[in-house]
Design a protein around this ligand. Structure first.
Ligand SMILES: Cc1cc2nc3c(=O)[nH]c(=O)nc-3n(C[C@H](O)[C@H](O)[C@H](O)COP(=O)(O)O)c2cc1C
Length: 178
């Protein structure tokens, strides 16, 4: 969890605690979250919104938070229930809270943030940008536009190369913390 600078690794300098948090209904965002954490360094955890509580999120210097884009936006509880009750949709995993509710409950902090989403392609709205606004509201300084990782169909899979790109993005975030 605590990341120390290791010569030759992509980890950042000093002692910085970074955590990657995700909401994922079919696994795509979870896979990207784990790749980002790997890029950030061996001590960085990727945690679901159910796991990212208590001690796990105490004293965090960098939160990287991600969710899928659903219906052009960050999923709401209502959206998730309607997908779950629609027999034409692939059954989602709804055992963890929405990113929206996790962010609403996040205690105020003073660190940094970064956000991402998984999606098919074009959308007028962005889950990652909504996450960025909420991280900023919680005191975590976050760029207004998040990173987008692409899937090739309604439920995935991830486009070829996106896992590698996520690892590189995580490493870049680590380097930017210096
Ligand atoms: C009901 C539903 C709505 C979706 N809405 C959008 C959308 O508005 N724009 C988009 O680009 N992708 C959309 N997608 C694709 C998801 O964003 C994509 O599958 C995402 O990677 C799912 O992430 P997860 O596996 O972590 O839950 C939608 C998929 C479903 C099933």
């Amino acid at each position: 969890m605590v990341v120390r600078n290791v010569p030759g690794s992509s980890s950042f300098g000093g002692t910085v605690k970074a955590v990657v948090v995700y909401e994922s209904l079919w696994g795509n965002t979870a896979a990207i979250a784990h790749a980002i954490a790997e890029g950030l360094g061996p001590d960085t955890k990727a945690l679901s919104t159910a796991e990212a509580i208590g001690e796990e999120i105490k004293g965090v210097d960098l939160f990287v938070a991600g969710a899928p884009l659903l219906g052009f936006s960050l999923p709401t509880e209502g959206m998730r229930k309607s997908i779950d009750s629609n027999p034409r949709e692939k059954k989602p995993t709804l055992s963890v809270p929405t990113m929206r509710s996790w962010l609403a409950d996040l205690p105020k902090g003073t660190g940094r943030g970064a956000s991402f989403e998984t999606r098919i392609w074009w959308s007028p709205g962005s889950a990652a940008n909504a996450i960025a606004r909420m991280l900023n509201d919680a005191g975590y300084s976050t760029p207004p536009k998040g990173e987008k990782f692409l899937v090739t169909g309604r439920y995935g899979p991830l486009k070829v190369g996106e896992i590698e790109r996520a690892k590189e993005w995580g490493a870049m975030l680590g380097r930017s913390l210096g």
